[in-house]
Ligand binder design. Structure first.
Ligand SMILES: O=P(O)(O)OC[C@H]1O[C@H](OP(=O)(O)OP(=O)(O)O)[C@H](O)[C@@H]1O
Ligand code: HPA
Ligand SMILES: [Mg+2]
Length: 180
C-alpha cells in the first residue's frame, strides 16, 4: 500500500526502538534532579515523543508547540509560522525540545531564540534525525538519534505533503513522488 512509494527503508522499526531506549536512558540521567518542560514540536515529532517519553524514567512535564515551514514542499520556506503556542510559561524552566528532524535548522533556531527571549533556564534539543548537509543556520542538537544523508525521508512522523507520517519506519521516498 503506502510502502510502494518508498524507495528503500533507511531505519527499521527495530533500529528505532533500540535508539529510543538509548536516548531515554541518557535523558533520564541528564534530568534526574530536574523537572524539565519537554516541548514537542508538532506534528512530525509526535511518534518519536510518544515512544521516547516512555523510556525517560524521571519527572517531566509535556507541552506542545505547532510550527510549520515546509507546507507541501521538500524545501523549507524559511518562514517559521507558529500555529499553536505553548500553554506553559517557560521562564526559569529547563526546556528539552523534542524534534523529529533538523534539516536547514531554521525551525529550531527560531524556537531556541524564542525560548531564550522568554528566559528559559536551559535549553537542550533531542532530535531523532539530523541532516547536517541541509544546514542553512548554525545549529547543533545536544542528543541525536541518527544522521541522515541528503534525501527526503518520511515515516515515523515525518511527512511529505502531510502523507506517510503513519509509516512505522523511516524510508526514502521515491523521487517520482515529489519531482514533477
Ligand atoms: O530544520 P528545518 O529545515 O526547519 O526542518 C525541520 C522541521 O521541518 C519539519 O516540520 P514541518 O515544518 O514540515 O511541520 P510538520 O512537523 O508538521 O511536518 C520537521 O518536523 C521539523 O520541525
Ligand atoms: O527529510 C525530511 N522529511 C520530512 N520532513 C522534513 N522536514 C525537513 N526535512 C524533512
Ligand atoms: Mg513536515
Amino acid at each position: 500500500m503506502i510502502a510502494q512509494d518508498i524507495e528503500h527503508v533507511l531505519i527499521s522499526e527495530e533500529q528505532l526502538e533500540e535508539k529510543v531506549r538509548e536516548l531515554g536512558a541518557t535523558l533520564t540521567e541528564e534530568y534526574r534532579e530536574k523537572f524539565p518542560l519537554a516541548v514537542v514540536v508538532l506534528k512530525g515529532a509526535l511518534p518519536f515523543m510518544s515512544d521516547l517519553i516512555k523510556r525517560i524514567d524521571t519527572y517531566i512535564e509535556l507541552d506542545f508547540m505547532d510550527v510549520s515551514s515546509y507546507g507541501n514542499a521538500t524545501v523549507s520556506s524559511g518562514e517559521v509560522k507558529i500555529i499553536k503556542d505553548l500553554n506553559t510559561s517557560i521562564e526559569g524552566r529547563d526546556v528539552l525540545i523534542i524534534e523529529d528532524i533538523i534539516d536547514s535548522g531554521k525551525t529550531l533556531n527560531y524556537l531556541v531564540e524564542l525560548f531564550k527571549y522568554r528566559k528559559a533556564n536551559s535549553i537542550k534539543i533531542v532530535t531523532l534525525l539530523d541532516k547536517p548537509t541541509g544546514r542553512k543556520v548554525d545549529l547543533k542538537a545536544d542528543y541525536v538519534g541518527f544522521d541522515v544523508l541528503d534525501a527526503f525521508v518520511v515515516g515515523y512522523g515525518l511527512d511529505y505533503a502531510e502523507k506517510y507520517r503513519n509509516l512505522p519506519y523511516i524510508g526514502v521516498l521515491k523521487k517520482e513522488i515529489y519531482s514533477f
